[in-house]
Design a protein around this ligand. Structure first.
Ligand code: PGA
Ligand code: ZN
Length: 418
């Protein structure tokens, strides 16, 4: 049973405060878990409680969330069996009492939820992925590596946030990661040769000042070939433009590249042209989070060919996903633990997607920590796809490196792929 729960303020990969929670069990198990933080957040995400005190961290301190773990959550959960994840999460949801976890903070609640899962796994003697996913959790996902950053994640001329490479032709995770790393380094060489910056954005991808959004695809395809791989066969593309971040008054302003203002229908046409031109297997947030009819049109246009995935539109919330299923707004859902705020609710949303025959992709946030919880969680959920940023920066690599460990540990039982 749970002997103690404590929390502290730490810093994330952007240097902003976030929450780390410690859980200790009778019998000596002691674990920690750290909460990530997004930048291009959806409007309906669970609330990240910040202090708002301008004298500390520009108002971004999380001392209130830390205090809520200690003073509100801990007293309710002490003595409980850590294996009762669903009950523990439900108690925290009730204690908070708001639909968006605004009172205690989703950062406080999720930190406890993750740490409880990790403690229970350790107490049971199982790795976290096997504890949460059962003995069938043997599939290591395809990594979608964000090698070129734009949008809100980089100060450059690219409107679209994430250009990811997906090594779909690799035989196992370790090889997929190698394909990704080699392509990443080839891309660096190409950018250098044409005189562009090779400094990186928030998720470790390059952030060059390109002449157009299309040029991002062109240089990545060149990098795939330079690294010795065949675009579309060995390594495909996945795009997350994070369209909510450039949506304005019902239209889309491609301001950073200077490519003009587009209507929703024009954006659908743009994505159709991209899917015809480039080997894209997945398009996430191709339209604004409030553009439900646009999403449905996009799915009608491209849903048979590629994964049309919703991130900001669903915010990992089962009620929004249920609407998406009713309205055929996509065929795939991005899953982020801190958008909804508990391990149990996240698992429920994944189940809902699976029932509808939709794919899922487990995701990090642009502000991350050295916690690799996401890797174990992705194997447990068996969705076959993950994104944890580029192939550099240790807050990204700690997840990828954890997959290497899991694949090694599973040995001959390991599966790989979507
Ligand atoms: P965020 O971006 O973590 O800054 O919200 C990630 C994404 O949009 O998928
Ligand atoms: Zn996204």
């Amino acid at each position: 049973s749970i002997r103690s729960i404590d929390a502290m303020e730490i810093l994330d990969s952007r240097g902003n405060p976030t929450v780390r929670v410690f859980v200790e069990l009778e019998g000596g198990v002691r674990v920690a878990a750290s909460v990530p933080s997004g930048a291009s957040t959806g409007e309906n995400e669970a609330v990240e409680l910040r202090d708002g005190d301008p004298k500390r961290y520009g108002g971004k301190g999380v001392q209130k969330a830390v205090a809520n773990v200690r003073n509100s959550i801990a007293p309710v959960l002490l003595g409980m069996d850590s294996a009762k994840q669903a009950e523990i999460d439900r108690l925290m949801i009730e204690l908070d009492g708001t639909p968006t976890k605004a009172k205690l903070g989703a950062n406080a609640i999720l930190g406890v939820s993750m740490a409880v899962a990790r403690a229970a796994a350790q107490a049971s003697g199982l790795p976290l992925y096997a504890y949460l996913g059962g003995s069938g959790a043997v599939r290591v996902p395809v990594p979608m590596m964000n090698v070129l950053n734009g949008g809100k994640h980089a100060d450059n001329s690219v409107d679209f946030q994430e250009f990811m490479i997906a090594p779909i032709g690799a035989p196992c995770f370790a090889e997929a990661l190698r394909y990704g790393s080699e392509t990443f380094h080839a891309l660096k060489g190409i950018l250098k040769k044409i005189g562009l910056a090779t400094s990186v954005g928030d998720e470790g991808g390059f952030a060059p000042n390109l002449r157009s959004n299309e040029e991002a695809c062109e240089v990545i395809l060149e990098a795939i070939q330079t690294a010795g791989y065949t675009p579309g066969k060995d390594v495909a593309l996945a795009i997350d433009p994070a369209a909510s971040s450039f949506a304005e008054n019902g239209a889309y302003n491609l301001r950073k590249s200077g490519q003009g203002v587009k209507t929703s229908a024009e954006m659908v046409a743009l994505w159709k042209a991209w899917a015809d031109t480039y080997p894209i297997i997945l398009l996430e947030d191709g339209l604004d989070e409030n553009d439900w009819s646009g999403f449905a049109a996009l799915t009608r246009e491209l849903g048979e060919r590629i994964q049309i995935m919703g991130d900001d539109i669903y915010v990992t919330n089962a009620s929004f996903v249920a609407r998406g299923i009713r309205e055929k707004a996509s065929n795939s859902v991005l899953i982020k633990l801190n958008q909804i705020g508990t391990v149990t609710e996240t698992m429920e949303t994944v189940q809902l997607c699976r029932k509808a025959g939709w794919t899922t992709l487990m995701s990090h946030r642009s502000g991350e920590t050295e916690d690799s919880f996401l890797a174990d969680f992705a194997v447990a959920m068996d969705g076959g796809q993950i994104k944890s940023g580029s192939v550099c920066r240790s807050e990204r690599l700690c997840k990828y490196n954890r997959f290497l460990e899991i694949e090694r540990e599973l040995g001959g039982a390991a599966k790989f792929g979507r």
